[in-house]
Write a new protein. Structure first.
Length: 408
């Protein structure tokens, strides 16, 4: 499947915009720090600005190396950026920064470059709340010695930049959704009598990998475990021993990047295609609440908090427990522990979130993942989620082609 492309000039424009915002907030530079290796949970900021993702796995520090599996971008408000990585061997020349330094100790290497650039005693905005560890800070402070290391949290700069998607990013997200539909169809087609949840996940991952995707995780739960969000605790998050049976209610949520941009949506079904009345209510309800929330999206007017209220009102009007109900009323603990109806997506699972009181206004060219898990005690739970692009004149549903839920 052909992949879209983001031009080098767009990466340069992103860095320029980030540097300008940093200057406006009184910073002399930004230090963007992201995790790499296998995990894709916190890679997005460096990737967004450089098209780089560290290939080396995240491993414990030693006397020889530190912060393996991470990368750092030093972005001065005036001057050229420097990318530091623990591993760089890319025959495809993907990285969009000219100055790349390879160091085994990312902490001391970063301090050395800050000294070289005359930035060590300046006000530096730190972007990396999900990946910058206290151990890294301590090693950097030791390497700085008597010089002042002034790191000030500045994640909001990249949060705001990444929120509104460019045409090239939207093409990437459309592509990710197309692969996501193939991934979900493969998984759902393997949710059959005699297979385990692990069998179904494996079929899906085969399709995902073959089409340029990487797993972050799969949440799947079936039969007696369907009230749960995950089918199993520990690692992996799916059951590999229990064989699924006819009549099992099964829900599946899958997320991960395809060529750097995310697909993240959910579907539910009943094995055998003959749900009983209680299962039918949940399957239809999980779709209806998402449709209801999406219908409330008015660019420039509705807030993420408004969408949350729509979801809560739908639950109340249709006799379902809500996020503030007791576990015995909801039928699952997930709705209490995740009081949310979705979030934005891009080069990661992003905010803002569709939660109570969130005042961010939904704007044109935002990309949302709208989700809900609807449950009944004694019946189980059904999950449904759609990905969409917000346009000035309406909504573009990216995951609409996946109709696996209609098998029920």
């Amino acid at each position: 499947m052909a992949q879209p492309n983001i031009d080098d000039t767009e990466f340069a424009a992103r860095r320029q915009a980030a540097a300008k915002r940093a200057a406006d907030e009184g910073f002399d530079a930004l230090l963007i720090w992201s995790r790499g290796g296998h995990t894709v949970e916190a890679y997005g900021d460096v990737y967004y600005l450089t098209n780089f993702h560290s290939l080396f796995p995240v491993v414990p520090d030693t006397s020889v190396w530190a912060s393996r599996g991470h990368a750092a971008l030093i972005l001065p408000v005036d001057g050229d950026p420097v990318l530091l990585t623990d591993y760089h061997d890319d025959p495809e020349d993907r990285v969009k920064v000219a100055d790349i330094r390879t160091v085994t100790d990312l902490t001391t290497g970063t301090v050395d470059v800050l000294k070289e650039m005359g930035l060590l005693d300046k006000k530096i905005g730190l972007v990396g709340r999900q990946s910058f560890l206290v151990s890294a800070l301590r090693r950097m402070e030791a390497a700085a010695g008597n010089q002042w290391l002034n790191l000030v949290p500045a994640d909001d700069i990249l949060d705001r930049l990444r929120l509104i998607k460019t045409p090239a990013e939207m093409d990437h997200l459309r592509h990710a959704a197309r692969v996501g539909v193939m991934w979900m169809d493969a998984t759902m087609n393997a949710i059959v009598e005699g297979n385990t949840e692990g069998d179904a996940v494996g079929e899906g991952l085969r399709v995902l990998a073959a089409n340029g995707g990487t797993l972050q995780d799969v949440s799947i739960a079936s039969g007696p475990n369907s009230a749960n969000y995950f089918g199993s605790s520990g690692v992996p998050h799916w059951n590999v021993t229990r064989k699924m049976e006819v009549g099992d209610l099964v829900h599946c949520d899958q997320w991960g990047p395809v060529d750097g941009y995310y697909t993240d949506f959910a579907r539910s079904t009943v094995i055998g295609g003959k749900p009983d009345a209680g299962q039918t209510e949940l399957l239809e309800g999980s779709v209806a609440i998402i449709r209801h929330i999406i219908d409330g999206i008015k660019p420039g007017v509705s807030t993420f908090g408004d969408l949350y209220v729509r979801g809560q009102e739908w639950l109340a009007e249709n006799g379902f427990a809500n996020h503030k109900s007791t576990v015995s009323e909801i039928g699952n603990v997930f709705s209490q522990q995740f009081p949310c109806f979705g979030h934005t997506i891009g080069a990661g699972i992003e905010g803002p979130w569709i939660i109570e009181g969130e005042t961010t206004v939904v704007e044109e060219n935002m990309v949302l993942a709208v989700e809900a898990l609807v449950g009944r005690p004694g019946v189980g739970a059904a999950n449904f989620e759609e990905n969409l692009i917000v346009h000035a004149d309406g909504i573009e549903l990216l995951t609409a082609p996946c109709e696996s839920h209609r098998r029920a």
